[in-house]
Design a protein around this ligand. Structure first.
Ligand SMILES: [Zn+2]
Length: 352
């Protein structure tokens, strides 16, 4: 799956390193937690520091000193969610940078050029992303354009090594998801993502769209649901055949003081932890849980100490890594459904 990179066991979760770093942690720490694939972002790195600069410095792996594999998102979603004054045409997306307001035209060809300059192992086709809710006409227009753009991405790809993944669109319309899947799979791409989910639609509809889409994708190609990462969503995805996930949730929540544990989520800012000598999660062996009490971590958060953010991030990434390992074991033992039930029952407790 990751030509030129290490083996990635699936189902896998990718920590998000949008700007060429997983926030608050080192590449050694990410690797040590068992991750072999991280996500970075073409849109952000194109704007700053610039893909050409990264290429001059030996590519993104060298620049960020990451020995594992890198998947880059094409920029379609970020243009949709961050940029101002978007104007989508068949040529590409004209947008204003969210940083300095400068104008840029992102085309399928430029997106591939940026991702190849970064040296990613997996590159994504530029897609036409719409929000939720959206009319069927708009969703159809996005499907048709996404297919045309995927053809142009494939044609403009110069490097042999990176795997090129297409992104299925179609919002919440089953027939459009099918149309999008059929036209992308006819291009015989290296993998397929289900895009446009987790943008505000109800959970049941997200699951329904996976049930419509995933069985139509070729079994030998990796299947990836973009931006999906709550434990329940990951389990629902794996149960329906999804191999790859990414989400800012474990790292962003950590920085907000919300920690995933085997007994539900813990908000370390709560006063009830102020005098608690116990670990955040007695079942976790990460440096935070091995060495420090809830009282200490809460103190670090109260004092806004950087070390608190680091420890919380390492813990949440450790939780996700072990969760994915358990999911892989359960898949191997043909036991996923009962594992999912037990796991989620424990996770439901929360002190938020
Ligand atoms: Zn821990």
């Amino acid at each position: 799956m990751t030509a030129g990179g290490p083996e990635v066991l699936t189902p896998a979760f990718m920590p998000v390193g949008t700007r060429g770093v997983v926030k608050a942690v080192s590449p050694e720490e990410v690797w040590g937690l068992g991750y072999r694939l991280v996500l970075a972002n073409a849109y952000h790195l194109y704007l700053r520091p610039g893909h050409e600069l990264v290429e001059r410095h030996g590519g993104l792996h060298r620049f960020m000193d990451w020995p594992g594999a890198i998947l880059t998102d094409s920029g379609g979603f970020q243009v949709f969610s961050l940029a101002r004054l978007r104007k989508i045409s068949d040529e590409g997306v004209l947008f204003q940078s969210h940083i300095d307001g400068s104008s840029h035209l992102f085309t399928p060809e430029l997106s591939i050029q940026v991702q190849e300059a970064l040296g990613s192992n997996i590159i994504m086709c530029l897609d036409d992303v719409r929000g939720y809710p959206v009319t069927k006409e708009e969703a159809q227009e996005a499907v048709v354009r996404t297919s045309r753009w995927a053809e142009r991405c494939l044609k403009s790809k110069k490097k042999v090594d990176p795997g090129l993944f297409g992104i299925v669109q179609g919002s919440v319309f089953s027939d459009l998801r099918k149309l999008s899947t059929d036209s992308l799979t006819s291009l015989d791409l290296d993998g397929y993502a289900v895009g446009g989910l987790s943008v505000g639609e109800p959970h049941d509809i997200m699951v329904e769209m996976l049930e419509v889409t995933v069985p139509l994708l070729p079994e030998e190609a990796p299947r990836y649901v973009m931006g999906v990462g709550k434990p329940q969503d990951i389990l629902d995805g794996v149960l329906r055949g999804v191999d790859l996930f990414d989400c800012v949730l474990p790292t962003r929540n950590a920085r907000n003081g919300t920690l995933f544990t085997s007994q539900g989520s813990v908000n370390i800012r709560n006063a009830r932890h102020a005098d608690d000598p116990g670990p955040v999660d007695p079942c976790c062996t990460c440096p935070l849980c091995a060495k420090y009490s809830r009282a200490y971590l809460r103190h670090l958060f109260q004092e806004k100490e950087i070390y608190g953010l680091r420890l919380a991030t390492i813990h949440n990434l450790s939780f996700y890594s072990r969760m994915m390992e358990s999911i892989r074991d359960a898949v191997r033992d043909d036991n996923l459904r009962s594992f999912a039930g037990e796991f989620l029952a424990k996770m439901e407790e929360t002190d938020d």
